[in-house]
Structures are given as structure tokens and as C-alpha cells.
Design a protein around this ligand. Structure first.
Ligand code: EPZ
Length: 442
């Protein structure tokens, strides 16, 4: 067939059935690795997923002198930050464009070395993804920020001190930036309009284990009392909610029955409600959640993506494919990123009927007042999908293409697979475990 390792041909129309395991969250584990820089003693992180963001951050930590060793379990990583040192800009630059996580090195490196150099960031092209909230916060802590052609150079001539920060939007990354900087800053920090996603709370648990004093107050306010010193941590990373939602959507779209080991109900509640409304069924067990299509029609839904505990923006792409098979018209209002429906073009090529409205559907009562960030997708179903050749545009849109190929009649060739491995550990093996019919020569 002559496929490259970045391509897969899926023979659709077969339900996914079986059990897979989901490990630590891609959106927590790399941040926990950065937090290890803050400790005076080594840290151990368990349940680490085998995804490319982990390898990028491990490479950057090693560049800065962190000694990284692996435990017997492939999910166990150890970080010894005893000899943190300045890294050469050229070496750091080699990691430019591969991830968004490097921006979180700022606070820890400023505390350890008094300086930091951050390469240009990567991450999915789902919007402009500025870092103004991050840089504004760092300046309030006393950092001097200089934008260079190749990245950002920061210094802290007088050290870092506590700050009063109010985020214009509950940004996950900016909240992590403030957490990782405030814990060793002199004095107190108050962060208003903070993000409180489960991955953020898990990072706060890690920092508390290290000796930090962090209070999550009502109304998204986080209060941090800076301490003199932090020690290493031993932590089992929270499971990946986004991966669970993706496999659940795949079970629904293909009429299948998938047990996702490692999934927990509490962090998935909003998704579980929507899954049930669309017509799926689920069973919560101690070691995971079983998701299945009980038969009958799928029903249309209207969803607005939001910050936690709302419906996560990362959950909508995989679910859209299931909604193309629902009996009626569904609406997804995306309020977090300004360009997260690009993936729907390829689905329409396969037979879906999805219209994207750039300025969203106006609603005076809507919580989000960022109209320039809002768009809506209107999905009319059911529309049988037929195979096509499609290229992965971003992480979650890419996984939705796998689901579309599994759902469509005939063959679908999905290219540019590498992006999917940024956030889905061993997804080819998991497709095999669930009985998918495909050709992969990677
Ligand atoms: C994290 O991205 C996740 N990535 C995203 O997951 C997730 O979609 C997002 O949080 C929201 O939950 C990681 O954790 C690695 P934000 P992050 O800062 O931190 C704007 C996935 O598929 N903003 O909460 O980059 C921004 O443009 C990925 O796993 C600013 O304007 O997201 C966006 O509109 C995709 N200025 C909104 O805030 C800033 O300085 C939310 O972004 C920072 C953000």
C-alpha cells in the first residue's frame, strides 16, 4: 500500500468494542515536570502519558541541567533539579514551535537562575493564542521581559515579589504561570478570575506537597503565600479527561461499546450529561467508565463551550462527528478559541452538513462577553459519511478525523497523524485493541 508512518487507511462502518486504558493528562503532566524545577530535592511523577509534549519538556529540563531518570513503570519519571544551570539559547531554540509549555519555565528559571530564555511557542493552530496575560503577570512579579526575534528573554534583577493579578479571562496557562511564579515569590499573591480546571487543582496539589501555601477561594480567586524553599514531590498525575471524552465520542459515533480504564466520574460530569442527552449510555465503575451506544436514534443537542465546570472546548471536536449522525439539528457555540471549527470542512467533504457562523449566535444572557472569540457550528443530521482523504489540522480535530473514518462507509485516508500523538498515547494500538479495521505501516 506504500503508506508513510504519518498516514493511516481506515475501513469504516465497524463499531469500536473493547477496553483501553487512559493515563495521565497531557494538560497536567508537562506542567508538573516544570514544577520540579522549583524543588530543592528530586521529584517523582507517576502515570505520565507517552505523548510528545512530555518529550519536549524533558528535553528542555535536561538542557537546564535537570537529571531525568525513569522508573520500572514507563509512566514513572524522576527529576533531580540539584544542578539547574543556564542553557544556551541556540539549544533552547531547537525546541521552538514544538509546544506551548516552555512559556511556563519563566517563573521557575527566574527563581533558580535569575534569568530565562523562552523560544517561540508551538501548540495547535486554533486561534491566535497570545501570551499577553503571561507576560503582564510576570512583569507584576518584578520580571524584566524583553522580546527578541528568536524568543523572549527575562531577568529578575531584584528577585520576584508577590503581586495582585486579575486575569481578563480565566486562562489555564496564565493561571499556571502565576502559580509556578508566586509560590517562591517574596510575599503574598492574589489571583482573580483564575482558571480552576481539574488539571489546575492537580498542579496546586503538587505545589502543596512541595511546601507551597495556596488557597483556592470562592469565585475563582487563588491566594498564595510565598515561601522560602520547596522540596520535591511524589505525585500520580490526574487522568486525561480529553482523551476519555474522545474515546467515548468514538464509541457513540460508531455504535460501539468501549470501557475506558482510568476515567473518573467527578471530572467528567458535564461531558457525561451531554453524552446521555445525545443518546449514549455509560456505567461508572471504580477502575473506569464504560461508554456505549444503546441503539436507537442519536438526539441533537445545543452546547456552549466554557471554562470548568462547563463543557470543555477540547471535547467538542470528537463529539461533532457523533452529532452528524444525530436525528436533527445540533448547535455548538465555541466561546474559548476564535478559530476552532476549521476541522469541519473535511467532515463536510465526507458528507456531513455543518455550517460555521463566524460571529456566533448572539445571546444577551451569555456569560462570555468576548464576542470576537465566538463562533457557532450548526450540525444537521443524520448524514451518512463516506470515505475521503483528509489531513489532520490540529490535535482534537485530528482525533475527530479518526472517528469520522471509523464512522464512514468505505476507506478514509488520514494523513499528518504525528499531531495526534501529541495528546493521544499509543492511539494506533488502542484502535487495534478496539477492533478497528485499518492499515497502518508506521
Ligand atoms: C490549555 O491551553 C490547554 N492546553 C488547551 O488544550 C485547552 O483548550 C485550554 O487550556 C482551555 O482549557 C494545555 O494545557 C497545554 P488558555 P492554554 O490560556 O493554556 C486566551 C488541547 O487540545 N489567552 O486557557 O493555551 C486564548 O487565546 C489544548 O489539549 C489570551 O488571550 O489556553 C484563548 O482564547 C488545546 N492571552 C483563551 O484565553 C493569554 O496570555 C483560553 O486560553 C493566554 C490566553
Amino acid at each position: 500500500m506504500g503508506l508513510t508512518s504519518d498516514e493511516i487507511i481506515i475501513n469504516g462502518g465497524r463499531p469500536l468494542r473493547g477496553r483501553i486504558e487512559v493515563r495521565g493528562a497531557k494538560n497536567l503532566a508537562p506542567k508538573a515536570m516544570v514544577a520540579a524545577l522549583l524543588g530543592k530535592t528530586p521529584s517523582t511523577l507517576r502515570n505520565v502519558p507517552n505523548v510528545s509534549d512530555i518529550r519536549v519538556v524533558a528535553g528542555l529540563l535536561a538542557l537546564h541541567g535537570v537529571l531525568i531518570t525513569r522508573g520500572e513503570d514507563p509512566g514513572e519519571w524522576r527529576f533531580d533539579p540539584s544542578n539547574v544551570e543556564v542553557a544556551h539559547h541556540a539549544d533552547i531554540d531547537a525546541h521552538a514551535g514544538s509546544s506551548r509549555i516552555p512559556i511556563l519555565f519563566c517563573g521557575p528559571l527566574l527563581h533558580r537562575l535569575g534569568e530565562a530564555f523562552i523560544p517561540d511557542l508551538g501548540g495547535c493552530r486554533i486561534g491566535d493564542r497570545p501570551i499577553d496575560f503571561h507576560l503582564d503577570a510576570l512583569r507584576k512579579f518584578g520580571a524584566v521581559v524583553e522580546k527578541l526575534p528568536s524568543g523572549i528573554s527575562l531577568t529578575a534583577p531584584d528577585g520576584l515579589h508577590g503581586a495582585n493579578i486579575e486575569l481578563p479571562y480565566p486562562s489555564v496557562g496564565a493561571t499556571e504561570q502565576v502559580l509556578l511564579t508566586s509560590v517562591l515569590a517574596k510575599g503574598q499573591t492574589e489571583l482573580r478570575n483564575a482558571a480552576i480546571e481539574p488539571e489546575i487543582i492537580d498542579l496546586i496539589c503538587i505545589l502543596q506537597k512541595m511546601g507551597a501555601i495556596i488557597t483556592v477561594e470562592p469565585n475563582r480567586v487563588i491566594f498564595v503565600e510565598g515561601v522560602e524553599e520547596l522540596r520535591g514531590y511524589d505525585h500520580h498525575a490526574i487522568f486525561d479527561r480529553n482523551e476519555v471524552a474522545s474515546w467515548a465520542s468514538a464509541a457513540l459515533a460508531t455504535g460501539g461499546d468501549v470501557f475506558v480504564g482510568g476515567a473518573q466520574q467527578e471530572e467528567m460530569m458535564t461531558f457525561l450529561n451531554v453524552f446521555r442527552k445525545v443518546g449514549g449510555d455509560f456505567e461508572v465503575r471504580d477502575d473506569g467508565i464504560r461508554f456505549w451506544h444503546p441503539g436507537g436514534e442519536l438526539k441533537p443537542v445545543t452546547i456552549e463551550t466554557d471554562v470548568h465546570p462547563g463543557f470543555m472546548t477540547d471535547w467538542q471536536q470528537p463529539l461533532v462527528v457523533a452529532l452528524t449522525q444525530a436525528q436533527g439539528v445540533s448547535t455548538i457555540h465555541e466561546t474559548v478559541y476564535e478559530n476552532r471549527f476549521g476541522f469541519t470542512d473535511a467532515l463536510n467533504k465526507m458528507g456531513a452538513d455543518i455550517q460555521v457562523f463566524k460571529d456566533g449566535l448572539h445571546d444577551e444572557q451569555r456569560r462570555v462577553n468576548r464576542r470576537e472569540f465566538e463562533q457557532a457550528a450548526v450540525i444537521a443530521g443524520p448524514t451518512p459519511l463516506s470515505g475521503a482523504e483528509i489531513e489532520v489540522p490540529d490535535l482534537r480535530g485530528g482525533f475527530s478525523y479518526l472517528i469520522a473514518g471509523l464512522t464512514a462507509e468505505g476507506q478514509t485516508k488520514v494523513t499528518n497523524l504525528g499531531i495526534i500523538s501529541r495528546g493521544y498515547e499509543n492511539f494506533i494500538e488502542k484502535l487495534r485493541q478496539l477492533g478497528a479495521d485499518f492499515i497502518f505501516e508506521g
